[in-house]
Design a protein around this ligand. Structure first.
Ligand code: FE
Length: 190
């Protein structure tokens, strides 16, 4: 278990943000960094990988002090899925354990349409969302009988951002996701 791997990731992201990197630069530069983090699954404390039998969990792992980015572990129990939703900021979604299944959508003249087929992301795979590259999707656990864990990086404090959930008929509802725990990992523990 080495939280230092994660701390280094946070530090590199902070440097990128300090350089004034915009969405395209952040998405491009953060992808290989996230890929390295996913390849070394030794750093996520168990409390932040714990499924809940009723709901998928969104554990905040770190939020930049200036809220330029946040990192969240999503823990999916068997059968758990999100509503169809958007993000309103850029995001990188990487699978740490198990698999995640994603369906993308777009809104056209008030109607919601599926775009592309179901994408199955296995451990190590990374997907990207944003208002410029496609921001609406539904995500679920790709493992029928086991939890899956993914690490999501967003271009803002995602738990505090007002965004949208969609019903199949195109009905839109505002929502703010919050986080599943009031604590974050101690980045400074030995
Ligand atoms: Fe999402």
């Amino acid at each position: 278990m080495s939280i230092r791997l994660f701390r280094d990731f946070v530090c590199e992201l902070t440097n990128l943000a300090d350089q004034g990197s915009g969405e395209a630069e952040m998405l491009g530069a953060a992808r290989p960094m996230l890929s390295d983090l996913l390849a070394r699954d030794t750093w996520l404390p168990d409390e932040f990988a714990r499924p809940n039998e009723n709901f998928y969990q969104q554990y905040l792992l770190h939020c930049d002090l200036k809220q330029r980015f946040s990192i969240v572990s999503f823990v999916w129990g068997p059968g758990q899925e999100t509503p169809i939703h958007d993000h309103t900021v850029w995001g990188l979604l990487g699978v740490l354990r198990g698999s995640e299944v994603s369906q993308r959508y777009e809104m056209n003249e008030g109607e919601l349409h599926e775009t592309g087929g179901l994408e199955i992301l296995e451990a190590g795979a990374i997907d990207a969302v944003s208002p410029t590259i496609g921001d609406i999707h539904r995500v679920r656990n790709g493992r029928p009988n086991k939890p899956s864990v993914s690490i999501h990086l967003y271009g803002g404090n995602i738990g505090a951002i007002s965004r949208h959930a969609f019903k199949g008929d195109g009905t839109v509802k505002d929502f703010t996701s919050g986080y599943s725990l009031e604590t974050v990992p101690n980045l400074w523990t030995r």
